[in-house]
Design a protein. Structure first.
Length: 371
């Protein structure tokens, strides 16, 4: 039988992600629109977004937060182009974006003194092989593999190198060991469902010290520069962005930050995401035709949940198309480089009731396309 109840919000994309419950464009504070981002009103809005980010996440007082161009990709490449090359680099990759950073480091920056630790989709590399005297580059949550790092015990407290972490689908959804991380990047279009094109970069005092003591051998375009005359450009972390930001996107981000506060803060946001994963886990436990891509339950992402199905690739495509035609689930296909399957966002902006409404449709669609 065709299920009767549909998700109220069928948006389960892994980026841009679903807007927060109750989102209404008309409620955004648009007082900054049409004004210079360098005017007092624009700088104040940017500074508030920075301050609220730092407060809600519970970042150490001496960590700096900056809003930068080009989403998480821009933030990560800015970090790598500014900071790497001073010492050997260990690169850990287990999904598409981690492999992109590996390509950047080995083929674009062409750093010779590198070591790579690569795992297949659904698995994690052996982090114990990393060297604390090296810089270490890794993702916290594999958005395209559904695999997350489940602890930071392997990162030495007395490390000499920097840890550079792409945490775009983890920040605001998972507990982060900030003191173990020297550079953290994310974009608000992931976990908080904000509008795209802007990234956030977080720097520890160690990272700032590296920026002010080391100058890369390669030229840096203006869009990437974090220093001037070997000093950190403090304005980036005080609301004076490198280039012109969309103040509408900033207002949208502020709306998401305010929502996190309204539901009880970071812990509440994390709990919503974990509750959503529990719904999906229970469904997988009861159905033998679907399984998590991540074989280890402790490393399963509670944001970008990835699944394999007992279907041929063309049948998976048919299932996805069927759900879209019925306006039950949009954008849930696996990432193009990942194994054929599903990727269902279950972060905090997704309502648990919508996930529960989706599951009977998944089962129905499987029965329609299975041969």
């Amino acid at each position: 039988m065709t299920p009767e109840t549909k998700p109220a919000n069928p948006n389960f994309s892994s980026g841009p992600c679903a807007k927060r419950p109750g989102y209404d464009l008309a409620t955004l504070d648009t007082s900054t629109l049409g004004r210079s981002h360098r005017a007092a009103i624009g700088k104040a809005a940017l500074q508030k977004a920075i301050d609220d980010t730092k407060s809600i996440l519970g970042l150490p007082a001496d960590y700096r937060v900056g809003i930068v161009p080009a989403s998480d990709t821009g933030a990560m490449e800015m970090a790598m182009w500014n900071l790497l090359g001073e010492r050997p680099v260990d690169i850990c990759a287990w999904e598409s974006f981690g492999k992109e950073w590996l390509t950047d480091i080995t083929k674009q920056l062409k750093l010779a003194d590198t070591r790579t630790f690569v795992a297949e989709y659904g698995e994690l590399p052996d982090f114990s092989q990393t060297n604390p005297t090296h810089d270490i580059v890794f993702t916290w949550n594999g958005t395209t593999s559904g695999v997350k790092v489940n602890n930071a015990d392997w990162i030495a407290d007395d490390r000499d190198g920097l840890t550079i972490c792409d945490a775009t689908s983890a920040v605001f959804a998972m507990p982060m060991p900030w003191e173990k991380l020297d550079v953290i990047t994310f974009s608000w279009q992931k976990v908080l469902g904000g509008e795209g094109a802007h990234g956030v970069i977080v720097l520890s005092p160690k990272a700032v010290a590296r920026l002010e003591s080391y100058q890369p051998a390669w030229p840096l375009p203006k869009i990437f520069r974090l220093t001037s005359n070997q000093k950190l450009i403090e304005g980036i972390f005080e609301g004076a962005t490198i280039n012109t930001p969309s103040m509408l996107c900033v207002a949208d981000y502020q709306d998401a930050l305010d929502w996190v506060v309204s539901i009880g803060g970071l812990d509440a946001a994390i709990q919503r995401s974990e509750d959503n994963l529990a719904v999906l886990s229970d469904f997988v436990e009861k159905n033998e035709w679907i399984d998590f891509l991540a074989s280890d339950p402790t490393t399963r992402s509670n944001t970008s949940a990835c699944f394999t199905l007992k279907l041929k690739p063309d049948e998976v495509k048919a299932l996805i198309k069927l759900l879209e035609q019925h306006q039950v689930a949009f954008d849930i296909g696996a990432y193009r480089d990942a194994p054929a399957g599903l990727r269902i966002w279950c972060g905090s902006t997704v309502e648990t009731a919508d996930l529960k409404a989706l599951l009977p449709w998944l089962e129905w669609a499987y029965q329609q396309v299975a041969q």
